[in-house]
Design a protein around this ligand. Structure first.
Ligand code: PBG
Length: 334
């Protein structure tokens, strides 16, 4: 039964003032988190080829970037590190003088950056010589070798890493490795270290995704053999994603992050409907790169496409967004 012409939904679309009045979803700079890739050295500002506008930054340059983010009203930073040396265990991840630990101390020492929530990613893949997110157990030699990413031994190292990041000043630690039981182990390790007040933001549902490709260039973390499908989730599974969230919450996660964002908006929405917790989504490198590639060819209008992509993620239920567009979006949103 049509209600036309009594109801005309176009009436409320006639002017920007009307549209603004009835708008359901809003973006604001304070809900955006900007990822930074820290590298050793000084004065380093190395462009990341597949991510136009993003750079590998030495700590002095990262401080400038952070100052810009603070002045734009951005909510926080997410720190990744490229260590000077990699090894089998990823020991650079928990070194007191590690790249992210040093970056955290520098960022936290600068009072003018106090408006930024500084989040430290907790993972081993940037620090291991083989590029996996945990300890590799090999059986055999050469091309026929079988290997497994060990869960429990990896969790111990992740817990140690999280405590060292909290000690260096991280406002939040964010495990992205997808090992089982890591939230519980990290919580225990933080509490033992006297960091009861440091929240854990768990990447609860992290799918094994082709959209992480450009990040692996940015973080030099591509696995040297095999892939991450034995620990990251199968993209087909929504119900399993709910179990992951439930489990991480029961282990003590304070905030939940879902990733990637745009190809998994249904999963995000399902988590939003089911869990009353602060929920974020990570618009990952490949989502950014594919939009940038289209912008470079003049195929999409940059500003509108960027905002629409971010709005879709907010509408699906994300309270906060990790995005490489954070600075650009904050500039537009004012
Ligand atoms: C580390 C990690 C990855 C991303 C965030 N943390 C890469 C991966 O799992 O391979 C991807 C982020 C992005 O693509 O922007 N485990």
């Amino acid at each position: 039964m049509s209600t036309f012409p009594i109801h005309r939904t176009r009436r409320l679309r006639r002017t920007e003032a009307l549209r603004s009045l009835v708008r359901e979803t809003h973006l604001r700079p304070g809900a955006l988190i900007y990822p930074l890739f820290l590298v050793p050295g000084e004065g380093v500002r190395k462009p990341i080829g597949s991510m136009p506008g993003c750079f590998n930054l030495s700590i002095d340059e990262a401080l400038k970037e952070a100052a810009e983010c603070a002045s734009l009203g951005i909510g926080g930073l997410l720190l990744f590190g490229l260590p000077a040396h990699k090894d089998e265990q990823g020991s650079g991840a928990w070194e007191e003088q590690g790249i992210v630990q040093s970056g955290l101390r520098a960022l936290k020492a600068d009072r003018s950056l106090a408006s930024l929530v500084v989040i430290a990613d907790v993972c081993l893949c940037e620090y291991t010589s083989h590029g996996h997110c945990g300890i590799v157990a090999r059986d055999g030699e050469g091309a026929d070798a079988e290997y497994e990413i060990e869960n429990d031994s990896s969790v111990k190292l992740l817990a140690k890493t999280a405590a060292s990041l909290a000690a260096a000043g991280a406002d939040i630690v964010a495990p992205s490795d997808m090992m089982d039981g890591r939230v519980q182990a990290i919580r225990a390790s933080l509490d033992q270290g006297g960091f009861e007040g440091t929240p854990v933001m768990s990447y609860a549902a992290k799918f094994a995704s082709a959209f992480y490709g450009p990040f692996r260039e940015a973080a030099d973390s591509a696995p040297q053999f095999g892939d991450r499908r034995s620990y990251q989730m199968d993209g087909a599974n929504l119900r399993e994603a709910m179990r992951e969230v439930e489990q991480d919450l029961s282990e003590g996660a304070d905030l939940i992050l879902m990733k990637p964002a745009m190809p998994y908006l249904d999963v995000l929405k399902a988590a939003r409907d089911r869990f009353d917790i602060p929920l974020g989504a990570y618009q990952v490198s490949g989502e950014y790169s594919m939009l940038q590639a289209a912008f470079a060819r003049g195929w999409l209008e940059p500003q509108r496409a960027m905002l629409e992509s971010l709005l879709s993620i907010r509408r699906a239920g994300a309270d906060f967004l990790v995005t490489y567009f954070a600075k650009e979006a904050a500039r537009v949103l004012g």
